[in-house]
Design a protein around this ligand. Structure first.
Ligand code: GLC
Length: 745
């Protein structure tokens, strides 16, 4: 009792002190945030409430100047802090103090399978956003990788909901410790760029709850995300930004979200639906008659003058307005008006080191025939081939594009690491289309107008007497590659790369391919090359990280966050789905492109496990320069009831000569279920670092949550009694041990 009265006395004196200091309740950070929100609301006019729920510029929304409530400033993107743009333009403002550190793309972060890397990522990017005085970072993106053609998969965390749900949380938590809100995107079902504004997704609740929502739910409930971005697409006939099922029933009522829902830029289309649909903050609208982002269009936003007019005419009340304004105020108090937030920092050695570390842990060693890697380069003749060895990759790709203080290219990284001990030469090998600018800024001109034949013959001639050939290719951030607003046309590599690789491997058996991409690609030459490394878009430190791995300074420990299929037909969305949509229906109604996710829950390895064709590289695959031996899995019991848990343990030993990290993956298989279930599903993983000869025990605690499926008829998660199998793997297909157990009634 004593302690309670003491606390009350402290709160009362704090209030007195603050009022003595002239602070009003909403300004008093020692008061509970809801008290501050309600106090601010009570002081605001209707016009002021309307003013704060829509944009005032390309990336900012108004505050309440009369009350000293600051504006809210947003910035892209998930991989780094976007350069400043002009007030009402996408084009860059040309500032000279807004270069940043580019962290690896989120597929690379996911490929680390290491939540500590996610925490380091969120902390680092949060410090940069804070220093740049941004209140909301428009990321991370966690849309599920449903098709390898989706232009924006590089911005997301792969095909598995459990991996994405685990990896998104530390990023959000650490980012927000800087007083910068995460804005988790794009909620929900934005799994392709083709028809992204008009595709009308429909799917079973099983697929929605088991595959497409878990990462968003974790970001909200475990990450505590302060904002979420509604996606462009429609879901069951309503745009996601005006969709009560997504924004009220699921997000608020089921998950308890207390943040703000921010529309994607141009994702609002209708005042009435935006009022009742659960949106809080409208950005980027191209309102009727004002075309795209015309100056001073902001008063014409759907939640601006049109909304005010409906209220003043008594056609709508202000209940929804007060909810929206309260959610935006709460976001402002957590960020712009949070006076406990740190000061941040920009382009620090720590951030550059973080970018290199995360990239080094995310790079995946896919193939290493004859242990050709790591390379012993001393005294060797190295030929580096490929446009991606020199092409800047932090620019382009859409809204995640950055202006970096430095980007170390793969060629530069190899030269820095090996230039003194080896003879390194470079030839182009191939050339893609050269874009001139991006967001109004000139791009580095690396154009090469020679013919394909000239480039190939140059490469072949150079490869004749090279000890190693390092081919750096893959995709890039150009439209129809890994790029927002477009999807790829196919699984294959562009620009005739397959031919170059094939020709090189005919005359040199030591070809190492470094694939720079955010998506799976076909590799018809896979048998002809000695090694393949998935290099991702690794940001400012890309070249150094790649050199770290190829040299063995870093022992690769990345694991694929998505399947590499041999062909597109082996992917659920293409074998069973309607990707990119139902063209027949589209013929009748040009406004929307209906797409029913017939692949349902069978996304990624969940589909691959059901067909006879094996993938090129399975989900969870990644080699090391050392080797790991798994012991026999053990369980503390043979059966559990729905309220209990079962603890599994398994030993992992480093049986090689160098230290390394291994990610032990736990998959659960329900041997008999009333509803169809995947062969197995990832329900646990643990990354361990082991010195040569060292052995560690990894444990997993499994409860009914890990055994459940979503029963859409009951609208509930169900753990069905019966026999289950726990499989322990170094990948989804390299299972090193398994145990069966029972779930009893
Ligand atoms: C874009 C993207 C979104 C981005 C926003 C602002 O269209 O879909 O991810 O944050 O607009 O650039």
């Amino acid at each position: 009792m004593k302690q309670k009265s003491l606390l009350l006395a402290i709160a009362a004196s704090a209030t007195l002190l603050c009022s003595a200091a002239g602070l009003l309740p909403y300004q008093n950070t020692s008061l509970p945030i809801e008290e501050r929100v309600n106090d601010a609301l009570s002081r605001m006019t209707t016009a002021e409430k309307v003013a704060i729920i829509h944009a005032q510029s390309k990336f900012s929304s108004a505050g309440v100047p009369r009350l000293g409530i600051p504006e809210l400033w947003c910035t892209d993107g998930p991989h780094g802090v976007r350069p400043e743009v002009l007030w009402d333009e996408w084009n860059q403002a040309g500032w000279t103090n807004d270069s940043c550190t580019a962290f690896p793309a989120l597929t690379c972060l996911a490929a680390t399978w290491n939540p500590e890397m996610s925490a380091l990522y969120g902390k680092s990017i949060g410090e940069e956003a804070r220093y740049r005085e941004k209140d909301v970072l428009l990321g991370p993106g966690v849309n599920i990788y449903r098709t390898p053609l989706n232009g924006r998969n590089f911005e997301y965390m792969g095909e598995d909901p459990y991996l994405a749900a685990v990896m998104v949380v530390p990023y959000v938590q650490e980012l927000q410790k800087n007083g910068v809100a995460a804005c988790v995107k794009h909620y929900a079902l934005n799994n392709q760029e083709y028809f992204r504004h008009t595709v009308d997704v429909d799917l079973s609740d099983r697929a929605l709850y088991e595959i497409y929502l878990p990462a968003f739910k974790a970001a909200v409930q475990k990450g505590g995300a302060w904002s979420i971005m509604s996606s462009y697409n429609l879901y069951k006939g309503l745009h996601a930004g005006q969709n009560p099922r997504l924004l009220k029933e699921i997000l608020r009522d089921e998950w308890g979200f207390d943040g703000a829902v921010i529309s994607d830029w141009g994702g609002v289309h209708n005042t009435a639906q935006a009022i009742t649909g659960g949106l809080d903050l409208e950005f980027g609208s191209w309102t009727n008659g004002l075309s795209e982002g015309k100056k001073n269009a902001y008063d014409s936003y759907y939640l601006a003058d049109p909304y005010l007019k409906l209220i003043s005419e008594g056609k709508v009340d202000t209940k929804e307005l007060d909810k929206k304004a309260a959610n935006v105020l709460r976001l402002i108090f957590r960020t712009a008006m949070n006076n406990e937030k740190p000061f941040g920092s920009l382009n620090t050695p720590e951030h550059v080191e973080a970018a290199r570390r995360i990239a080094g842990e995310g790079i995946v060693l896919l193939k290493n025939e004859g242990a050709i890697l790591p390379l012993d380069m001393s005294g060797k003749k190295i030929l580096v081939v490929g446009e991606n060895a020199i092409k800047p990759m932090t620019v382009g790709g859409g809204s995640s594009s950055l202006k970096v203080r430095e980007e170390v290219s793969p060629l530069e990284g190899l030269r820095r690491r090996f230039g003194k001990v080896a003879e390194i030469t470079y030839v182009r090998g191939y050339a893609g289309e050269q874009l001139k600018d991006h967001d109004g800024m000139k791009l580095l001109d690396i154009s090469d107008n020679r013919s394909e034949e000239e480039m190939i013959s140059e490469a072949i001639a150079a490869a004749k007497n090279a000890d190693y050939v390092i081919f750096v290719g893959g995709l890039n951030k150009n439209p129809y590659q890994d790029c927002e607003n477009t999807d790829r046309a196919g699984l294959g590599l562009p620009y005739g790369q397959d031919k170059v690789i094939t020709e090189l491997s005919k005359i040199n058996r030591n070809v190492i391919v470094v694939n720079i991409s955010g998506n799976a690609v076909a590799m018809p030459w896979i048998k002809d090359v000695a090694a393949v490394v998935q290099g991702w878009y690794s940001g400012s430190e890309a070249g150094n990280a790649i050199a770290d791995v190829l040299s063995g300074d870093v022992n690769p420990s990345g694991k694929l966050p998505f399947t590499f299929p041999v062909r597109l037909e082996d992917v659920g969305a293409h074998a069973m789905g309607e990707y990119p949509g139902n063209a027949d229906a589209f013929k009748c109604n040009k406004d929307t492109m209906p797409e029913y996710y017939k692949d349902d829950i069978f996304v990624g390895y969940r589909h691959a496990d059901k067909i006879k064709n094996a993938p090129l590289f399975p989900f969870g695959h990644g080699l090391s320069y050392t080797s790991f031996e798994y012991g026999k899995p053990m369980a503390d019991k043979k059966q559990m009831d729905a309220d209990g848990t079962i603890t599994f343990s398994i030993n992992v030993k480093n049986t090689g000569k160098i230290a390394g990290k291994e990610t032990v993956q736990l998959y659960i298989s329900d041997k008999k279920s009333s509803l169809p279930r995947p062969v197995k599903e990832l329900k646990g993983f643990s990354k361990v670092e082991l010195a040569p000869g060292e052995e560690k025990t990894v444990t997993f605690i499994v409860g009914k949550e890990e055994l459940s499926y979503f029963d859409d008829a009951k609208h509930a998660w169900v753990a069905e009694p019966g026999t289950f199998e726990a499989l322990f793997g170094s990948s989804s297909r390299d299972i090193r041990g398994s145990l069966t157990f029972k779930l009893t009634d």
